[in-house]
Design a protein around this ligand. Structure first.
Ligand code: ASP
Length: 582
């Protein structure tokens, strides 16, 4: 038997018992004639003690142990004279009577302790060692608990977990596909799913009226910060449901996860239209842990000779409570902050509403104190507050002010990581303008149900709305979905709207439209970004911390060194060489 107990298990109640533990040597210390070894496994750390005066050979063997040796130790549990309150096992230690080295270890490239000296690259190359560190293990365990709680919630509601294929035909969700050459069908390719979207809709046609899957998805996108080419979704679909049914079911899932995994009671989940979210917060995923909504000031500020405001499409501001004391230096720094290329504002107008009730602004040349007072009133400001105002084209100004709002929220400590606030954003646009391709594309995906079925007389395509919704948590989009199209005619119309020819639509999605002709029920669904949900709920910035074997920022796995070239024989078998040469 390798072990009678784990390294996290022993307590005062075990004193005088003979036990055997197996694990990794985290560190050894020699003090006088004693050697102490911290033995670690996934469950915790237990202190082993070797006494030179009692057993010199054993102690000598212990002194030879290196970091990360795998050992087995047998001994008697003793109460410690100096207890370690930081450790669950800190009241006891093992008086070792037998020691066996199960496997020696090279000196690890970085220290395997909660605080490590290993940089990112090194830890990724030796991810199997990084994964031995307690905080990293905790995250992976947290992810497991999240997955199990998700299953338990959905199973209780009659959802069925059904697998869908990974080798499929391209399904556009806005990103590029990863493709896999088919050896048996020379010159042809599978695509890896960007999501199981069409399959889950087909499952509704088949009558499995509640489906879910915790499933890997693949998107060949330019890697932005904290994106992974493969990531995991909690993918769900329901038949015979209205939007309200879907919203209730899945805010219920979030509530259940927060309760069971974190012991947190999520209050009411707020709702807001996409238009309001953009108008009030400049974001389609506003962080509503704090207020600081925008006030539009066009009416009050135009026509006073200040050209920047007079020429602007939108002038809007936020009220930073209690910030009137900001110094010149702080205001200059904030102005530089909004002018950074990442934000891109041309400048920042401020009004200090001093505690004594006077007003001082950066545009005093153009506006009287009485006029500034009307701005302060419009923004519900109180003496002591600071008004921060941006102007320019509507979309850009909203985005920039949204960033400034988040920054001020952060600086004012209003974005408390221990607090969770969820928000449904509803009524998304059906289409969005793709600058790169200069055409309208589906904002969510082409299977989303439009709110109107009459597109013939629409001139402003951007004004079309969809039965699409996003669930946001603390300013992050954690889930998105929609009520779907379930009729062939409407699906054809939407493909047409997206500029797809009839042939193209038939060739790409004939299977789906065909299925719609055989009794497709009304249906809708949603998918949660599982990695991100774990990171947010676990209190981390990066999804990589919750993926056992993540890829780096260039999409590489540096541990196994992938992607990598394949040999000539593989090219030949896959008929790829001939394609390139041809
Ligand atoms: N397939 C969608 C996505 O990956 C989610 C959904 O509409 O259910 O974003």
């Amino acid at each position: 038997m390798y072990r009678t107990h784990t390294c996290g298990e022993l307590r005062l109640t075990h004193v005088e018992k003979v036990v055997t533990l197996s694990g990794w040597v985290q560190r050894t210390r020699q003090l006088g004639g004693m050697t102490f070894v911290d033995l670690r496994d996934r469950y915790g750390i237990t202190q082993l003690v070797f006494d030179m005066s009692l057993n010199a050979d054993l102690c000598a063997a212990a002194n030879k142990l290196g970091r990360e040796f795998v050992i087995q130790a047998t001994g008697i549990v003793r109460e410690r004279s100096s207890k370690n309150t930081q450790l669950a096992t800190g009241e006891v230690e093992i008086d070792v009577t037998g020691l066996q080295v199960l496997n020696a270890a090279k000196v690890p490239p970085f220290t395997i302790e909660p605080d490590t000296d290993g940089g990112d690259d090194l830890r990724m190359k030796y991810r199997y060692l990084d994964l031995r560190r307690t905080p990293v293990q905790q995250n992976i365990i947290f992810r497991h608990q999240m997955a199990q709680a998700t299953r338990s919630y959905l199973n209780n509601l009659n959802f069925l977990e059904i697998e869908t294929p990974f080798l499929i035909k391209s399904t556009p969700e806005g990103a590029r596909d990863f493709v896999v050459p088919s050896r048996l069908n020379a010159g042809q390719f599978y695509a890896l799913p960007q999501s199981p979207q069409t399959f889950k809709q087909l499952l509704m046609v088949s009558g499995f009226d509640r489906y879910y899957q915790i499933v890997r998805c693949f998107r060949d996108e330019d890697l932005r910060a904290d994106r992974q080419p493969e990531f995991t979704q909690i993918d769900c679909e329901m038949a015979f449901v209205t939007r309200e049914d879907v919203l209730q079911t899945f805010e219920g899932l979030l509530r259940y996860l927060l309760k069971t995994v974190k012991g947190y009671d999520l209050g009411e989940v707020a709702r807001m239209s996409y238009d309001d979210a953009m108008r009030l917060y400049g974001s389609d995923k506003p962080d509503i842990r704090f207020g600081m909504a925008f006030t539009e000031l066009n009416q009050l500020v135009k026509g006073h000779g200040f050209a920047i405001f007079d020429d602007a499409e939108l002038i809007a501001g936020i009220c930073a409570q209690g910030c009137a004391e900001y110094t010149r230096k702080q205001l200059d720094e904030l102005t530089d902050w909004v002018k950074r290329p990442q934000i891109g504002a041309k400048g920042l107008v401020y009004v200090k509403y001093n505690p004594d009730g006077t007003l001082k602004s950066s545009v005093d040349k153009f506006y009287s104190p009485e006029q500034l007072q009307t701005w302060a009133n419009a923004m519900n400001a109180k003496p002591g507050d600071l008004l921060l105002i941006l102007s320019g084209s509507t979309d850009k100004t909203r985005k920039q002010l949204g960033e400034l709002r988040l920054e001020m929220g952060k600086r004012l400590g209003l974005r408390n990581p221990a607090e969770f606030k969820a928000l449904w954003v509803l009524d998304f646009p059906l289409l969005e303008w793709d600058e790169e391709d200069q055409r309208w594309v589906a904002c969510h995906h082409p299977f989303t149900r439009p709110r109107t079925q009459n597109f013939e007389n629409i001139t402003d395509w951007g004004s079309l709305r969809a039965e699409a919704y996003d669930l946001c948590l603390n300013g992050n989009e954690i889930a998105g979905g929609s009520i779907r199209i379930h009729e062939r005619a409407l699906q054809e119309k939407v493909f047409d709207l997206l500029g797809m020819t009839k042939d193209e639509a038939q060739q790409k999605f004939g299977f789906l439209m065909g299925a719609f002709e055989y009794g497709a029920p009304p249906h809708g669904g949603i998918a949660f970004g599982f990695d991100r949900l774990c990171a947010i709920m676990g209190g981390y910035e990066s999804i990589r911390d919750f993926i056992a074997f993540p890829k780096n920022n260039s999409g590489r796995d540096t541990m196994i060194d992938a992607p990598s070239p394949i040999d000539a024989k593989q090219y030949r078998e896959l008929s790829i060489q001939s394609v390139i040469q041809g």
